[in-house]
Design a protein around this ligand. Structure first.
Ligand SMILES: [Zn+2]
Length: 265
């Protein structure tokens, strides 16, 4: 029995829009190679606290979605995921080593444009229904076009995420009743980094903005900063605050995955 939806039933690739015969390929989100691929218990994010252990899906090796074709999956993996994986491993190594770090601000060498494309591609791959938001359409045009620049009304933020759960929340619309500001975002979080893709407005000055390093050169390598001193809560920013109204489509992906608990013998 599957309680969480992890694939498209129409076999249409989320990235190129072509129909794959006979089946779409499985894509790991986040990509495999930079994260712990232990067996996971997967729950619906919104009802996570009320569902029983029996109603949790089990994956033996990470979160996977059958939503993109083999060609797009291979391109994503070979062009961008290696940079994503190296960034995750470098940060994990630094924060878990026994060395006392000289400063809470790490500097990590990476390829920001490859990271942005990897994050956008895998967030698109995590959607299991027809996905046609502004961010989705822009991602399709931008992903494999190496001369394209990401429009500046889409921002990708990152922050230190020191928690052992993986969270995917796609297409959250939040209206602040205080500021009347509407934000549309998706989040992908897994140790040691959280990412948020946001359209139309600045998200949070406290997050680091990866898009400010974005160029049309995927080989542009820079040192990016990361503050590891005071991490945000595990459910930030998607947690519903008292002053916010949150709208979420019933088809949008909302998953909470944690390491599978071993049964007592
Ligand atoms: Zn495709």
């Amino acid at each position: 029995m599957h309680y969480t939806k992890t694939g498209r039933t129409d076999n249409i690739c989320n990235i190129c829009g072509k129909k794959e015969v006979p089946l779409l390929s499985w894509d790991h989100v986040p990509p495999k190679g930079g994260i712990d691929l232990s067996a996971l218990e997967i729950r619906n994010y919104i009802s996570r606290s009320t569902i029983s252990a029996k109603e949790r899906d089990i994956s033996q090796n990470g979160l996977k979605f059958r939503t993109i074709c083999r060609t797009c999956n291979t391109k994503l993996g070979t062009k961008y995921d290696m940079a994503f994986n190296k960034l995750m491993l470098d940060i994990a190594h630094q924060v878990t080593s026994c060395l006392i770090l000289p400063s809470p601000i790490l500097k990590v060498k990476t390829y920001p444009t490859r990271i942005i494309k990897s994050v956008l591609g895998h967030i698109l791959a995590s959607k299991t229904s027809d996905c046609q938001s502004y961010i989705d359409k822009t991602t399709r045009n931008y992903l494999f076009n190496e001369s394209a620049i990401l429009p500046n009304d889409i921002q990708v933020y990152y922050w230190f995420y020191p928690y052992n759960c993986t969270i995917i929340r796609d297409d959250v619309l939040t209206l602040s009743t205080k500021t009347r500001q509407l934000s549309h975002y998706s989040v992908l979080k897994s140790f040691p980094l959280g990412f948020a893709v946001v359209s139309q407005n600045d998200f949070n000055d406290l997050f680091f903005n990866l898009t400010k390093y974005n160029t049309n050169d995927i080989n542009n390598e820079v040192d990016i900063p990361l503050n590891i001193s005071c991490p945000f809560d595990w459910d930030y920013p998607e947690r519903l605050n008292a002053d916010d109204i949150q709208l979420v489509s019933k088809d949008s992906t909302a998953l909470f995955a944690s390491k599978r608990q071993k049964k007592n013998i």
